[in-house]
Design a protein around this ligand. Structure first.
Ligand SMILES: Cc1cc2nc3c(=O)[nH]c(=O)nc-3n(C[C@H](O)[C@H](O)[C@H](O)COP(=O)(O)OP(=O)(O)OC[C@H]3O[C@@H](n4cnc5c(N)ncnc54)[C@H](O)[C@@H]3O)c2cc1C
Length: 389
């Protein structure tokens, strides 16, 4: 069986590594990535703050596993059995789409021209510009009150004490958290000197955000207003939602073709757990689950539906503070939260743990396992959280 996996991020890589080990000799595994490097997207706000190199060679991460790595951009997904990588056709028996997401730069006019985003190239460019802006006491406006906006604003404010940072959002940052969680966010952002503003953005101009009722000037703007799937996914003709994510059944198979799976940010289950948010905390187990399904299929065994328990959100507020918002099983926030240095330490451990989990997959010590808990299946170890801003 020829399995082609599109995307060398958290979902694609975890799928490739698990499948190559579990179905050795039964399947050929080809991993296609536009970039030769695995990008730790969950650290891109750290990169924007000028702190860390956040990528590593994919070839080293799959070395010795039997995975064939192909570097090239997917230009067409043909659901009849082949994908186009540049000018080349790549046939498959089973396809796993793991192409991730990108910041939605078409949400309002002017983002492409006037704002940075927490995407790899843009983060590095922002990191290069901010020191000079901070040195003259300039203003950075971060737009988006979701988790990436909050992490970005706090990281950049802490890294550049001279910078005037404003976090602009349509609602209160951290909506959906408990009162204790929101109170800690307000206090932490205040301590870092981040000003909170609310308003609905109409457009971005050179040096100013246009709101319904006023303009907010900036020297630099970071747009953190939500994610969409790559355009090539929408062009496939397979069923997608308004964000361009592939609609998938409980087995993570496309509603339009049962031989095509979607994992990570690019997949949107239409049945429970359909409230799954984009995040590496979902991407890693989704990738592993599909690998297990394909290994079962190669042995002639039936597949099992994906199930997943979201333990909560773990966000950084600079390097010395954080917030862990535990979630109840019904999806509502628990009253209590963990904060401060312990939360910052745990978040760092979680970020480190995602890469360690991939290394462990390669070494044959899988960290992601499912265990039966009555009717449900629970997955341990994923507490980090992301939500479209
Ligand atoms: C600043 C920031 C902080 C975050 N923090 C957290 C957090 O704390 N916890 C959490 O759970 N999530 C967090 N997230 C979200 C998380 O990063 C994503 O949900 C996760 O990366 C999704 O994994 P993925 O494998 O689906 O996609 P990705 O990691 O984006 O990988 C996609 C892959 O597809 C490749 N690709 C894309 N298009 C093409 C193409 N046309 N051809 C070939 N290859 C292509 C890319 O090169 C990449 O290898 C954060 C995101 C950001 C930006």
């Amino acid at each position: 069986m020829r399995v082609v996996i599109l995307g060398g991020g958290y979902a694609g890589l975890s799928c490739a590594l698990r499948l190559a080990r579990r179905a050795k000799g039964r399947v050929s595994v080809t991993l296609v990535s536009a970039s030769p490097r695995f990008v730790e997207r969950i650290r891109l706000h750290e990169e924007a703050a000028g702190k860390k190199r956040v990528s590593r060679e994919l070839s080293a991460m799959v070395a010795g596993t039997g995975v064939t790595l192909k570097i090239g951009s997917i230009t067409d997904i043909d659901s009849r059995g082949e994908v186009h990588v540049g000018g080349e056709r790549l046939p498959y028996d089973r396809l796993v789409v793991a192409l991730g997401s990108r910041v939605d730069v078409d949400a309002v006019p002017g983002i492409r021209e006037h704002a940075s985003t927490l995407d790899p190239t843009s983060s590095a460019e922002l990191a290069a510009r901010l020191p000079a802006i901070a040195a003259r006491g300039g203003r950075l406006v971060v737009i988006g009150g979701g988790l990436t906006g909050i992490e970005g604003a706090s990281e950049l404010a802490e890294a550049h004490p001279g910078l005037q940072v404003t976090l602009l959002s349509s609602g209160e940052p951290g909506e959906g958290f408990s009162e204790a969680g929101r109170a800690h966010l307000r206090a932490a952002l205040g301590r870092l000197g981040v000003t909170l503003e609310q308003g609905r953005v109409r457009s971005l101009q050179a040096g100013a955000v246009e709101l319904q009722d006023r303009t907010v000037p900036f020297d630099a703007c970071l747009w953190a207003g939500g994610f969409v799937a790559p355009e090539v996914v929408r062009r496939s003709g397979l069923p997608v939602n308004t964000r361009g994510q592939l609609l998938v059944d409980p087995f993570l198979r496309s509603l339009g073709n049962v031989y095509i799976y979607a994992v990570g940010d690019v997949g949107a289950p239409v049945e429970p757990p359909s409230a799954m948010l984009m995040g590496c905390k979902t991407a890693l187990p989704m990738g592993v689950h599909v690998a297990e399904s394909l290994a079962r299929a190669a042995r002639g065994q039936p597949e099992e539906p994906f199930d997943y328990l979201d333990a909560g959100f773990c966000i950084s507020l600079g390097r010395r503070d954080g917030l862990i918002q535990v979630m109840r099983q019904d999806g509502a926030p628990a009253k209590w939260v963990f904060t401060g240095r312990f939360a910052a330490w745990l978040k760092e451990a979680v970020c480190w743990g995602t890469v360690a989990a991939l290394g462990a997959e390669r070494a044959g010590w899988p960290l992601y396992r499912w265990r039966k808990t009555g009717r449900a299946l629970a997955v341990g170890g994923s507490l980090q959280g992301a939500r479209a801003a």
